[in-house]
Design a protein around this ligand. Structure first.
Ligand code: PEP
Ligand code: MG
Length: 541
């Protein structure tokens, strides 16, 4: 047995043979024609590659579709096409020119300071290798697996996963790779256990060996002995029993033993995630994060956003969707959009940024208002510090409504607007926020804990100061709930603590009505709450 440790990007426990994907070396024996013929070959290959991508897109949805669309866009990118054209004009063969320009382009993208964007380097390589394989006369090889396997590679390209029969992939492991990569995102959305950064040594030994991939504990064991194999089988059986048991809870309303009805909703950022949340029994989307729209390299205009929000509402199939307006700033930096700050967590973030960039805010509000006719929706502002922030944000809403009225575009006149409660000053002024018209509160404990305890949420050394159940946080929640009750409005918690089996019942005890969390946690938390008597939960306030 040989054990390797890595970083989990998608949880699960599987066992089976490992197959190493090796893209090999291409280019041997390539004939180079004259420049105009090479150029014509290249142009034709791009047309074929785009056709392939389009037909893959028809079978894909959600995040996979976005990835394929990005690759399609790359094959139209003038800068990339010019670079390839320049190599061909200088005498290189079209396949070699595409490989070379693709690598340089991918490296350039990877070097960008934006972590999201730099992952798109893999998509550039993926799109270019599709063209190269067509030029090399080996139409895109679809990975054909004759039995379920754990795939291993230095790093996996998104289309590797998208094009494989899901039933044949037990898991994915890479020697390098990043948790933010698209392949990692695809693995997560497809529910394939995945582990990254297992190292070079692992890659050279893994091919053809049996392995246990324990992507709950970040371990991969090559050549497991019989005792370990037995243990894994038992654990998998127990996990399957738990999954089947929890599946039975999907449609069940979440009512605690003492009769308190709670609403369990999901945190999402795109339509694919919403579909998954609905399948996991989410009663709505308590937090739709929108700032990722700004992190894709270009700022989407009103029209593009309108279609995005409509798609999100369609994916929610009539369940309520609470959209959070752009929450950039702090660790969510958008290159070219914001100035460096000495103390970004205390800087121009959340609604403060939107009130500074009202041009972007107006586009978002108009798009959201227009989409509001398409399904139940609410809007909330992040990082509201007090009544003035809420009033100024609502002034912007009025401007957007006026604009739409002038354009003759309909919107839901009764659309509700609420506040995220993430800063102690918002808790203290919660009664006034409700009086100012906030129709609901959504407590963002991730930030509320950070700002209440003055502890950087990004710094794991400070974990012992970062307490979701401290007396101070319990009081913060109780104060918010009291103000909400007096005003007759609901309170949600949408920070990570909502998915914690200890804090979820505690927050319910404190009077929170809705808990919104990652969809994978919904059924676990529902099970906990169904078996909880809130009268027996001890709060300190
Ligand atoms: C929060 O602060 O709890 C929250 C949900 O927002 P984010 O984690 O995106 O800052
Ligand atoms: Mg927050």
């Amino acid at each position: 047995m040989r054990e390797y440790t890595g970083v989990t990007v998608s949880e699960g426990l599987v066992m089976g043979p490992v197959r190493r994907i090796d893209r090999g070396v291409s280019g041997l024996g390539r004939l180079i024609h004259d420049r105009s013929k090479e150029r014509a070959l290249f142009d034709a290959a791009v047309v074929l590659a785009k056709d392939e991508l389009r037909s893959l897109m028809e079978q894909a949805d959600g995040e996979e579709r976005d990835i394929l669309r990005f690759q399609l866009v790359m094959l139209d990118d003038q800068a990339l096409l010019t670079e390839i054209g320049n190599y061909i004009a200088a005498g290189a063969g079209s396949a070699a020119a595409t490989e070379r320009a693709g690598q340089i382009f991918a490296r350039r993208i990877r070097d960008l300071p934006d972590e999201y964007l730099c992952q798109r380097g893999a998509d550039v390589l993926d799109a270019c290798s599709r063209v190269v394989e067509i030029l090399d006369g080996k139409p895109r090889q679809k990975l054909v697996l004759d039995q379920p396997m754990i795939l291993a590679a230095e790093s996996i390209l998104p289309s590797d996963i998208i094009s494989i029969d899901r039933g044949m992939v037990l898991g994915i492991v890479t020697s390098k790779g990043s948790a933010q990569s698209h392949a990692a995102i695809v693995a997560r959305t497809m529910g394939i256990p995945a582990l990254i950064q297992l190292g070079e040594e692992f890659l050279s030994h893994c091919d053809g060996h049996q392995a246990v991939l324990d992507a709950r504990e970040g371990r991969l064991i090559l050549d497991p002995d019989t005792a370990l194999q037995k243990e894994v089988l038992l654990k998998r059986e127990a996990m399957a029993r738990k999954k089947a048991r929890l599946a039975g809870l999907r449609e069940k309303p979440c009512v605690t033993l003492d009769g308190t009805r709670l609403f369990l909703q999901a945190n999402c950022s795109e339509p694919g995630g919403i579909e998954q949340a609905v399948a996991e029994g989410a009663e709505g989307i308590g937090l739709l994060r929108t700032e990722f729209l700004l992190m894709k390299g270009s700022i989407p205009d009103e029209e593009e956003q309108y279609y995005f929000y409509r798609s999100c509402l369609a994916a929610a199939q009539g369940r309520p969707v609470t959209v959070r307006t752009f929450d950039v700033g702090a660790d969510k930096l958008v290159e070219g959009l914001m100035l460096p700050e000495k103390n970004p967590a205390l800087g121009l973030r959340g609604v403060r940024f939107c009130l500074d960039r009202t041009d972007l805010f107006q586009d978002q509000l108009c798009a959201l208002l227009r989409a509001s006719t398409q399904g139940p929706m609410e809007i909330m502002f992040p990082m509201v510090g007090g009544v003035l922030d809420f009033r100024l944000a609502m002034d912007e809403v009025e401007k957007a409504k006026e604009n739409l009225r002038m354009r003759g575009q309909p919107f839901d006149e009764d659309l509700k607007f609420g506040c995220m409660i993430e800063v102690p000053s918002a808790v203290i002024c919660a009664p006034e926020l409700a009086q100012a018209g906030a129709a609901f509160f959504s407590i963002g404990t991730n930030d509320l804990i950070q700002y209440t305890h003055a502890v950087d949420r990004m710094d794991s050394r400070l974990d012992r100061y970062y307490k979701a159940d401290s007396l101070a946080i319990q009081r913060m929640i109780a104060m918010t709930v009291k103000a909400a009750k007096e005003a007759g409005i609901p309170v949600c918690v949408c920070g990570r603590a909502a998915a914690n089996p200890q804090t979820a019942p505690l927050y319910a005890k404190l009077g929170v009505n809705i808990l919104s969390m990652a969809s994978q946690s919904l059924l676990d938390i529902k099970e906990v709450l169904l078996n909880t008597d809130l009268q027996e939960v001890v709060s300190r306030v």
